[in-house]
Every structure is written in structure tokens, then in C-alpha cells.
Design a protein around this ligand. Sequence first.
Ligand code: LLP
Length: 382
Amino acid sequence: MPFQLPAEFRDQPTPFYYYDLDLLDQTLAALTAAARPGNFQVHYALKANSNLPILARINQAGLGADCVSGGEVARALEAGFGAEHVVFAGVGKSDAEMNLALAADIFCFNAESVPELRVLDELARAQGRRARVALRVNPNVDAYTHPHITTGLDANKFGISLPDLAGVIDQLDQLPNVELIGLHAHIGSQITELSVFAALSRKLNDLQTWLEDRGHRLPHLNVGGGLGIDYEQPDQHPIPDFRTYFGMFEQHLVRRPGQQVHVELGRAVVAQCGTLLSRVLYVKESQHTRFAILDAGMTELMRPALYGSHHHIQNLSRPAGSPEQAYDVVGPICESTDTFGRARLLPETSRHDLLAIRSAGAYGEVMASGYNLRGKAPALYR
Ligand code: LLP
């Protein structure tokens, strides 16, 4: 079914975000059904979208939370996620953030360096607690995605590189207030070539054997997030292929008896249920280009400016099948990268037409900025 904005929202002031909570529920149902046979523990990555009505649905569906800041840990707890289902990752956790997570007694810290582990040990001791940690390794596996959202290569700042792992493990003996319970890896985002998860699994298999040879048997493996979505055809593929995704790990990851496997999905859960709605302010025809200038810009949705990423754009004010023309669809911000799409085919478009910028539920609102002293676009739900 092509996207339609419910009638009650058609006269709303723009720009605004609209979330289809039915689609979110259907996505969650597909996700939990696909995760159940292999007993995968799914943690939702709050960084993709942290709006409370969305978190409430995700919590209801039984997912845990993956957080990367103290603010996200606090938000997850506020939304009702049990602390025993919260993991906390991040290459630069501050003392205050770690203290907050320690006090809440979260399930696990995904730790990325010896200096971080030392601070965590010290803070845990001061609180009279023991912090459970998974070591985030950098497996040097190419995710075949945009370089700005690739995280598992040697050149990236994330994780402990494999040659350094032995040294880190040795240090753990001197840190009595941290308990090693798992391994963690996250190789990138918007991954559509799913065979990379097989490559990741093989690396983790080797690492587990290596660790066991050194006397470490770990009850938890966390393979991160990264499952991509279809930005080109959101109506044809509103729900990602979770079965094939989990199938890669079922087939390639060698699990020890009783071992739990965790995943941290963000985009795949929320991207398709969110749409940015904007009206055309002006159509400007220059000698070379026809511009549709919108009242939304990179301040509302930064992804095209930051990664050159594609979002499907529809003119909701014109009947389907109208003759089309090419437009450069741009925002009002004083930056040339403030462009949602070049040479997009749209029906003949006029001032005040309502446009839908699709697949904006993940990394849309959360990355909004106040540049040019713009106000924040509201979120509406149905
Ligand atoms: N786990 C870790 C450790 C992560 O760093 C991320 C995303 C995730 C899980 C969730 O990944 P997902 O399932 O959503 O791919 N702003 C960029 C995406 C940045 C992703 C950062 N890390 C974008 O708009 O494409």
C-alpha cells in the first residue's frame, strides 16, 4: 500500500514527524517471531530514535535496550526497560555516565579499552559493586556500507583491535571489580550485504576458541546491530528480512552450550515507521535546475547532508499518475549540502504542496539540530 498521511494530520503546520505505530508493532512482531527460535536477545539501539511512545511499544514487545550515553540509559529506565536488560556501549563513557549505569546495576558495559576498564573498576569499587563487562573487539570485518557508518575496520576508533586483546585480558586479572561475561562486536550500520554477518560469526568463532585456550569461557556474545532497510522502495519492503538476518548467525556462529547471543538493532526497528512531512515554500526555476524549496531541511533530517543518503520523496498533494518533472528538493538552511535529493521525479509541484520524506524514523529526529535557530519539529503518532 502506498504511503498515506491520516486525514487528521493533513492540515498540521509543517515540518513535523509522523510515526505509524501500527507499522512499528508489525515490525516488532516480525522481529520477535524471527528471534524466538534461536533465542536471540534483542536490544533496541536507542540512538536510532528515543521518543517515549516508541520506546513504550518496543519495551512492551519484550526487547532490551542498547544505550551509548548516560542520557540514553536514563531514558531507557524512564521508558520502563528493566536495568537487567540494558547494555551500555560507547568509546568515550564519562565517569558520571558510568556511575549512573553502575548505580542502576545495568546488565552489561561494552568496554572498549584498558583505560576505560581501569576507570570502571575504580568507580565500581567506590560503589561497592562489580561491573559486568563484554569486551568490544574490532574484528576487522568490512561491512560494505558507507565509510562514515563503518565501525569494524582497523582504521576505525571503535573496539579493541585483535592484536591488543591478549594484553587487555591479562589486565583484567588486576581489576577485581569488573567481571568479564562476554564479547561484543559491531561492524557498521545500514548493512544490506548480509554475508558480512557470516564473516563476523567466523571471526567470533576463532576468538572464542582462542579465549577458551586461555581459560575464558564466556556466557554472552553480542554481535551488535547494523541490519539495513530499503530506502529506495519503502512501500515494497516496509519490514526488514529479520529471518535471513538471524539465519546468518544460526548458520555460522558456533554457540557454546547455554551461551546467549545478543543483537543490538536500531534502524531496522524504527526507520520505516517514521516520515518527515514538509510543505513546499517556493518552486524556483533557474536556467539549469528546477528547485523545490521546502520548509524542512538538514536541521530536521541530516542524513542526506551527512552521508549523501537516499530518502524516497513523495508529493502527497498531487494524484498518483500525474505527469512528472525533475526537481532538486532542497531545504531552507544556508548550506549547499542542505539537499534532500537531486533530479527527483515528482508530479508538477507548487507552493504549499505537502511532501513526505520517507524512512526517516531512524537517525532522523535524534540527529536534529538547532542550526539557524530553528525550532524543533514536533512528533505526531497514530
Ligand atoms: N550497536 C552499536 C555499538 C552501534 O554503534 C550502533 C549504531 C548500533 C548498535 C545500531 O546500529 P543499527 O542497527 O541502527 O544499524 N547516523 C547513522 C547511523 C549511525 C549508527 C551508529 N551506531 C545513519 O543515519 O545512518
